[in-house]
Write a new protein. Structure first.
Length: 270
C-alpha cells in the first residue's frame, strides 16, 4: 500500500540506525526520500538500497549544525523533487557527563544538534510547507504535510549524566507544540516521538569504542543491562519499531494528530 505516493521527505541522520529505518519505510510507501548523514558512505549506501527497490532518493551529506545546511538541503530537495511534504528531524548524538563536570561546550553541542538544528530546518522549510499550503488552500486544495521531531524520554523525565541532552530534547517538545499551533491551520501536523532505549550505535555497549564528532558514544554494558531490566518488555526497541512510530506521524493515518508526543519505550515511561 503506497500511502505516501507523490510525497517528498527529508530525514536527517538517515544513513544509519533509526533514521535509515525510517527512510526505508517512507520509501517503501512511495515517498521520494532525501538522505542525510555526516559521512558519505552510509548516505550513499542508503540511497542505493532505496533505488534498488525501485524508490527515489538523493543524499545531502553534512552536519545539520552547519548554519548553511538548512538552505542547502532545501535547495537540493526542491531541485530534485520539486516539493517538500515531510520533514523528520532525527539527527543527533549524545555527549554525557555529570552536571558538575559538564563543560559549556558539551551543553551547547547538544542544544545545537537536537534543538537549534531542527528550528533552523523548520524555519527554512516555511516556503515549501507553510507558503505552499497557503497557495493550495486559496485554490481549494487540502494537502497535509508532516513534521516529525525526535525527542527522548530523557526530555520528559530527565536522565543522570544527560543534563545537556535532556534539556535539548525537552526543548524539542516545546518547539513541536508551538509549530503545531502556528502551522496547524495550514494542514501541517507537527508531532514528536520520545524514544526510550532503542538498539542503535548510540546505545550499544560503550566498550565497542565508537565515536561521533570525536565524542565517545554508547552506554557502559552494565548500565545498559540494568536499563533493559527496568523496561517492562525487558529489551531495547529495534530501529524498525522506532521507525514505525515516525512513519505513523508522517503518514495520512495521523492527519488529525497535532502537537503530540508519542512515547515509544516498551512501557518504561507511561
Amino acid at each position: 500500500m503506497s500511502m505516501l505516493q507523490g510525497k517528498v521527505a527529508i530525514v536527517t541522520g538517515s544513513g544509519r540506525g533509526v533514521g535509515r529505518a525510517a527512510a526505508d519505510m517512507l520509501a517503501e510507501h512511495g515517498a521520494a526520500v532525501v538522505i542525510n548523514d555526516l559521512d558519505e558512505a552510509p548516505a550513499a549506501e542508503a540511497v542505493a538500497a532505496i533505488k534498488e527497490k525501485g524508490g527515489q532518493a538523493i543524499s545531502v551529506v553534512g552536519s545539520v549544525t552547519d548554519p548553511d545546511f538548512p538552505k542547502r538541503v532545501m535547495q537540493q530537495t526542491i531541485q530534485a523533487f520539486g516539493r517538500l511534504d515531510i520533514l523528520v528531524n532525527n539527527a543527533g548524538y549524545t555527549w554525557d557527563s555529570l552536571i558538575h563536570k559538564m563543560t559549556d561546550e558539551q551543553f551547547q553541542a547538544m542544544l545545537d544538534v537536537h534543538l537549534i538544528a531542527p528550528f533552523r530546518l523548520i524555519r527554512e522549510a516555511a516556503p515549501y510547507m507553510r507558503d505552499a499550503a497557503k497557495t493550495e488552500m486559496e485554490q481549494g486544495q487540502t494537502v497535509y504535510r508532516k513534521i516529525v521531531n525526535v525527542s527522548s524520554v530523557a526530555g520528559i523525565m530527565g536522565n543522570v549524566g544527560q543534563a545537556n541532552y535532556a534539556s535539548a530534547k525537552a526543548g524539542v517538545i516545546g518547539l513541536t507544540k508551538t509549530i503545531a499551533r502556528e502551522w496547524g491551520s495550514f494542514n501541517i501536523n507537527c508531532n514528536a516521538v520520545a524514544f526510550g532505549l532503542i538498539d542503535t550505535r548510540l546505545t550499544q555497549s560503550k566498550e565497542k569504542g565508537e565515536t561521533v564528532q570525536g565524542v565517545a558514544i554508547g552506554i557502559p554494558e552494565k548500565v545498559r543491562q540494568m536499563f533493559e531490566q527496568s523496561i517492562p518488555q525487558r529489551r531495547a526497541g529495534t530501529p524498525e519499531e522506532a521507525a514505525a512510530a515516525i512513519f505513523y506521524l508522517a503518514s495520512p493515518l495521523s492527519n488529525y494528530v497535532n502537537g503530540q508526543v508519542l512515547n515509544v519505550n516498551g512501557g518504561f515511561y507511561t
